[in-house]
Every structure is written in C-alpha cells, then in structure tokens.
Design a protein around this ligand. Structure first.
Ligand SMILES: [Zn+2]
Length: 234
C-alpha cells in the first residue's frame, strides 16, 4: 500500500503542476483578446481621422460644384443683360449677379480654409497610420509570443498527462476509478494534502484517528466531507 500512496503523491504533484500550467494556457486567449482591444483603439482613431479627411474632401468638392453652378448661372444672367427691356430689369439682374459673385467669394474662402485644414489632417492621418502600424507590429509580436507560449504549455500538459496516465495505470483499478471520478468534479483535484489536521480541499477537520492513518500511509484515506484522497504534504 505504501507504493500506491507514494504513487498517489507523485500524481498529486503532477496534478498540481498540470493545474497551474493549464490555468496559464487557458488565460492566453483572453490575454490576447484584451491586447487586441488595445489595437482596435488605434484602428478606430485612424479610421476617425481618415473619415474626417474623406468628409473634408467631399465638402470641398460640394462647394466647388456650388461655385460652378453659380458661375453658369452668372453666365446666363450676363447673357440676359443683352435682352433687358428697361433699366429696372437691368439693375435687378446686375444685383443678382453681384449676389452670386459674393456667394462664390465666400465659397472660395471656405474651400481655401478646408484645403489648409486638409494639410493638417493629412499630417495627423499619417501620424495615426504610423501609430496604428506600430501597434499592429507590437500586437503581431505579442501574438506570436503568446502562441509559442501556448504551444509550449500544451506540449508540457500532454507530457504531464502521459506521465500521470502511466502512474495511474500502476494503481489498483478501483483507485484509478475513484481518481478519475474525483478528477471530473469541481476543481478536479482528486488527491489533496492534509495540513494542520484539515483536508486542504474542503477544510474539514480530520479525526485524530484519520490523521494518524494518513500519516501511517498504510491505507488510502478519503476525506469524510468531500471524498477526496488524502495524503501527507511531505
Ligand atoms: Zn475534504
């Protein structure tokens, strides 16, 4: 029986390492997706500036079209001047032409403002693009590192699992069965240590008799409260 208990202790140690490594492996996708969110902030900022540039171009184009429409209207009105019947009509058309010319002046001023602003925006866009590229590069590096880390952990876990299986197979079938059953429940710890007279899984106190039995290592002792296999922590 001492052999079986020695095996149980070895398995418990493997379980502990397995659980730790497994937690690290499980955390990797979440860590990566958190990091990806940071990258998305850069993408959003870049897109926002990009959109502003596009909108400002559209705005300038629209104003330009307005100017052209006004120009063609001015041309028409100027032709009409040749056919006016009286001075009143002549003055009215002149006034209209004047108004359109003033409008165009204002539109042109606006376009100049937009174009000036566009230079600033383009500079900003370039900066954002650089930031985005840097962030993408950093993320790609991070992702590759995390992927390598995950693969390493997975290989380690597979190795630990193999070792555990080999040890389990050396044990009586009923112990194997019990172990497998306990492993599938809750935290998965099937074999736990006794510290200060308590089961370290459920913290139930052991009777002095049970504690002695655990220390003797002559038979397998199960926690009366949680049913886990109890071993000494040495
Ligand atoms: Zn317990």
């Amino acid at each position: 029986m001492r052999d079986v208990i020695a095996l149980l202790k070895q398995i418990r140690e493997i379980d502990e390492v397995y659980s730790r490594q497994n937690q690290l492996a499980q955390a990797i996708p979440e860590e990566t997706s958190k990091r990806k969110k940071v990258l998305n902030v850069f993408l959003k900022e870049f897109k926002a500036v990009q959109e502003t540039v596009t909108n400002s171009k559209k705005e300038a184009d629209k104003l330009d079209m307005d100017i052209k429409a006004n120009d063609s209207q001015i041309k028409k009105l100027e032709e009409q001047l040749n056919y006016v019947k009286n001075n009143k009509e002549y003055q009215a058309i002149l006034k209209e032409i004047q108004g359109l010319k003033q409008k165009n002046d204002a539109l042109e001023t606006k376009i100049v403002e937009i174009l000036e602003n566009e230079a600033d925006l383009k500079e900003k866009l370039e900066k954002k693009n650089e930031e985005k590229a840097d962030a993408e590069k950093a993320f790609a590096k991070y992702q590759a590192e995390k992927q390598a880390q995950l693969e390493k952990l997975q290989a380690e876990l597979a190795e630990l699992d193999k070792k555990r299986q080999a040890l389990l197979e050396k044990m009586p079938i009923e112990v194997q069965r019990k172990y497998n059953l306990l492993s599938q429940t809750q935290s998965g710890a099937a074999i736990v240590t006794v510290v200060n007279g308590c089961c370290t899984f459920c913290y139930a106190s052991l009777t002095p008799q049970m504690e002695l039995e655990v220390q003797r290592q002559e038979e397998i002792v199960y926690c009366e409260a949680c049913g886990r296999i109890l071993v000494t922590s040495d």
